[in-house]
Design a protein around this ligand. Structure first.
Ligand SMILES: OC[C@H]1O[C@H](O[C@H]2[C@H](O)[C@@H](O)[C@H](O)O[C@@H]2CO)[C@H](O)[C@@H](O)[C@@H]1O
Length: 338
């Protein structure tokens, strides 16, 4: 296992650092301190050259455009309706960044912060103290995000939070994958361990209704080709995937989803103990300066393991409260095969 720290770029005069871990199979992971962003998850290509299976952009400036490319998301992933929620009966209102909705932690979420970075052995450790006055959520919170890679080609991202007042904590990593060698994701296949998805309002906040996936393009239980799925979605629903799947009860280490590319033989299995996976297949990501030249339609699929969004506004969505003084930790594991 090798580690390396280098300068990535500068943002507003501040140095953005890049931390890289490489394992014994030439799989490597690089994260930068702006937005706790994963810039690279490389596997050896057929010619032995590193092939990045993440779709992201090459500068901090471009990350600022807010597409959330492979960035850390928090305090709360997904949308909070009207930026309003209650914790133990007390009402809170946080800053909105999408009309009346708070998306991905609002305008000052984890993805907008410059994190303090260091190695702890082979593990990349990013920390940040975020005041309530910085992001409008209740409680001053200490957050730690770690990225580790083992010799089984497993990347684990771990989020820990501790706040001095009751707050919400539902973080994720906004991973955009493309397992091809320069193509799109149309030939990829996706399997998800989910019997239900959430019905969404026109502003993409959950209506509260959970819908069975049976006989719909939302049924990924036995695996589904994405081109077929997207075409069926467009025909039956009117748009491609930007959906919240409720993950079935499962063993802790049983993957919740697997993305595979039959053409390159690459796959990523995602493990998480939480109850949701967001799947987002943007129709066209042209216009950004992508790291690996995969511009155009269906160049990436975002897979975001998290708790069901808008949690406190729905009785049966679970609990993402972080009580004052308690520490909560969530991990997401990505196992790559090639
Ligand atoms: O501005 C970029 C895109 O922002 C939204 O997409 C988000 C999507 O709705 C979420 O479910 C997912 O978790 O994150 C996406 C990135 O923020 C807009 O809906 C989309 O139209 C924009 O292209």
């Amino acid at each position: 296992m090798n580690t390396k720290k280098e300068l990535f770029d500068k943002l507003d005069g501040q140095q953005i650092e890049k931390f890289t871990i490489t394992n014994d199979h030439d799989v490597s992971v690089s994260a930068i301190t702006f937005g706790a962003t994963l810039e690279e998850f490389n596997v050896p290509g057929p010619d032995g050259k590193p092939t990045n299976i993440l779709v992201t952009v090459p500068t901090s400036e471009e990350l600022m455009k807010n597409q959330f490319f492979c960035q850390a998301i928090g305090r709360t992933a997904g949308r909070i309706s009207n930026g309003t929620f209650k914790i133990n009966g007390k009402a809170y209102h946080v800053d909105q960044n999408e009309g009346t909705t708070t998306l991905h932690g609002g305008p000052h979420g984890f993805n907008t912060q410059i994190w303090d970075g260091a190695f702890d052995g082979d593990t990349i450790v990013f920390t940040k103290h975020i005041n309530s006055s910085d992001d409008s959520f209740p409680g001053n919170i200490d957050v730690k995000i770690t990225f580790s890679l083992n010799n089984d080609n497993e990347l684990t991202v771990t989020f820990s939070g501790k706040s001095d007042a009751d707050t919400l904590f539902n973080p994720t990593q906004h991973m955009y994958f493309n397992l091809s060698d320069g193509g799109d994701i149309n030939g990829h296949s996706l399997q998800i361990n989910a019997d239900h998805y959430l019905e969404l309002n026109s502003n993409k906040t959950p209506s509260g209704k959970k819908v069975a996936v049976d006989d719909t393009p939302y049924d990924f239980r036995d695996g589904q080709n994405l081109k077929v799925g997207i075409a069926d979605m467009k025909a039956e629903v009117g748009h491609s995937y930007d959906e919240v799947f409720e993950i079935n009860d499962h063993q802790d280490d049983e993957p919740i989803a697997k993305l595979s590319d039959p053409e390159t033989g690459r796959s990523v299995s995602i493990s998480s103990k939480r109850n949701a996976l967001v799947v987002f297949t943007p129709d066209d990501l042209s216009g950004s300066n992508f790291m690996i030249g995969k511009g155009g339609p269906y160049m990436a699929i975002a897979l975001e393991a998290q708790n069901l969004p808008d949690t406190p506004n729905h009785d049966d969505f679970g609990d993402v409260t972080l009580p004052a003084g308690e520490e909560k930790t969530y991990s997401i594991k990505y196992k790559v095969e090639f």
